[in-house]
Design a protein around this ligand. Sequence first.
Ligand code: NAD
Length: 344
Amino acid sequence: MNLDEFLISDFEQIQVLRDEAHSVLAFIAIHDTRLGPAFGGIRRWTYRSPVEGLEDALRLARAMTLKCAVSGVPGGGGKAVIVDDPAMDREAAYRLLGKHVQQMGGRYYTGPDVGTEGSDLETVGEETQYVARASGGALAEVTALGVFAGIEEVARQLGHSKLDEVHVAIQGLGGVGMQIARLLAEAGAKLSITDVQWDLAEKAAKDLSASLVEPGEILSVEADVFAPCALGGVIHDLSLQTMRAKAIAGSANNVLASPEHGIELFRRGILYAPDFVINSGGLIHGALTHLDGSPPPETRIRHIGQMLKEIFELAKKAGRSPEQIAGDSALERLHEKPAIPFMP
Ligand code: NAD
C-alpha cells in the first residue's frame, strides 16, 4: 500500500509536527470523528522513510474509526506516530506531541501503542489532560482478554469446545502477546511461540512449557490458530503460501497487507478474526473510561467473542469474508451520522 491508495480526503485532519533542534518528526492523523472524539495511541517506530511513518499513522487511524464503530464506542479514529531516529530527543518528541494534543482541545484522546512506555505517557500527561492515565500494561491486559475471548470463539468455530484441544502459534510476546500466551497456557492450550527478542522468547517458552520457534518459522507451524501479536502486514502474497494454520486471531493491527488478502483467506477456508474487532478491548476500556468516568465491566470486553460469532455466521451465510462483514457493519453505523467532525 502507498499514499496514493489512501483517500486522503476521507481524513479530517493530518498534522506534521517538527522540531529540528531535537530531530523530532511526528504525525497526528484524525480520520473520522462523526461518532465522537478520536481515540488512538502513540506509536514510536523506526521507519525506512518519513512517508512510511505517515502511511502507518493513516492506516492505524482509519482502523481506529472502524474499531469504534463496530464495537459501539461513541468515538472515532486517530493515531500519532513518532518517526524514531537515533538523534531524536525522546522526551522532546513526547512533549511536543502532548502540546499538540492539548491544543486540539479534546478532539483527540491519546494513549499507548508500540514503542510508547509508561514514562513517555507521563511526559505527554505533563502537557495534556487528553491522554489515557491507565498504563500501557493495563490496556494491554484488557486487549489480551478480548483477544483470548476471540480465540475461544474461533476454537469453537473450528469444532473445539475446550482450549486444551487447541494449538496456537503466537508471533510477538510483548505487552499483549505475553498476556495472551499466559491466558492460553492456563486454559491448557498447546503453544508455539516466538519473538525477535530471542531471550524473552526463550524464557517465556520455559515458563509456559511452550515450543520455541524461530521468528521466520512461526507462520509455517501446523497450528489451529495463528495469533499475530507483533506488527501489521503479516498476511501477504508470500506468507499466504507458507501459512499452515486453520485460523488467524491475534492482537496486531492491520494484519492483512490489503483487503484482498482477507478475501483470499476466506476462499482458502482459513478463518480470519478481523483485527479491528478482536483487538478492540483496549480501545473499549480506554475510551469508555474517558467518556463515562469509570471502566466498563469485564463482560463488555468478553463480549468480543460473541461479536465475532455473529460476524462469522453472517459471513458464512453471505459467502463473504468476515473482514467485509465487519467493515460493512462499521460503515453502516458511521453513515447513519452526517459527516460533521466532533468539536468539543
Ligand atoms: P509490544 O511492542 O509490547 O510487543 C510487540 C512484540 O513483538 C515485541 O516483543 C517485539 O519484539 C515483537 N516482534 C516485533 N516484530 C516481530 C517479528 N517479526 N516476529 C516476532 N516478534 C516480533 O506491543 P503490544 O502492545 O504487545 O502490541 C502488539 C500488537 O497489538 C501491535 O500491533 C499493536 O498495535 C496491537 N494492539 C495493541 C494494543 C494494546 O493495548 N497494547 C491494542 C490493540 C492492538
